[in-house]
Design a binder for this molecule. Structure first.
Ligand SMILES: *Cc1c(COP(=O)(O)O)cnc(C)c1O
Length: 207
């Protein structure tokens, strides 16, 4: 996996060390997580707060945990307590709840704004046309946004979506791009991803 990331980066004239592999451990059995930890992998992605709490209790030392699934405002307190990175900030109510809990707890998870680049109604994320305004709002609330995240539509080539995300990031002064999954992480690296979220290609299918 890391070899493929390094090779794609090299193709694009990039350094593979600038791309973080996020191992998406959702719905995977504990044995596979422990085997992955034994390889030295330390960055993991989860899409549900409660599932992650159970799985990572007792396994957290030295591990960076990223929330890559939708976050409900009523789960903000637990998410801020658990995750090092929250990649799915996508609406005002959530941004306000995060700002409040960060001030209350003193914890400062790194934050990404999720953009719904395909404008799919069933998908989370801020619409591309609203992204600039939303990023500005987050900053007004005192939130530090580290980068942007997207999940392109399954049935379309991902490249244009990665380009769109990169453009929004560039004009808002953001350098981090979380994009690319099992099917398209090599493309994502060529289009500038600084982290790729890989589940099934790393662990095998989910149970
Ligand atoms: C599940 C998930 C992934 C990983 O998907 P794979 O296709 O198994 O690599 C990546 N990103 C998000 C947001 C996910 O929910």
């Amino acid at each position: 996996m890391l070899n493929r990331i390094t090779a794609s980066a090299k193709d694009a004239g990039r350094d593979g060390a600038d791309v973080t592999l996020v191992a998406v451990s959702k719905q995977q059995p504990d044995e596979k997580i422990d085997a992955m930890l034994a390889t030295g992998q330390r960055v993991f992605g989860e899409n549900r707060v409660q599932e992650a709490q159970g799985r990572w209790e007792g396994r957290r030392v030295g591990v960076e945990l990223r929330l890559i699934g939708p976050l409900q405002s009523n789960k903000v307190r637990e998410a801020v307590a658990l995750f090092d990175v929250i990649e799915t900030v996508d609406r005002e109510k959530l941004a306000r709840a995060l700002a409040e809990d960060i001030a209350r707890s003193g914890r400062t998870p790194r934050l990404y704004v999720q953009v719904n680049t395909g404008e799919e109604p069933q998908k989370a994320g801020i619409a591309p046309a609203e992204a600039d305004g939303f990023i500005a709002l987050c900053r007004d609330l005192g939130l530090t946004i580290e980068g942007l995240m997207c999940i392109p539509p399954e049935a379309e080539p991902a490249g244009p979506h990665f380009t769109l995300l990169g453009g929004i990031a560039a004009r808002n002064g953001l350098s981090k791009l979380s994009m690319g999954m099992s099917a398209d992480f090599e493309t994502a690296v060529r289009f500038g991803a600084t982290s790729v979220r890989v589940g099934s290609a790393l662990f095998g299918g989910r149970g």
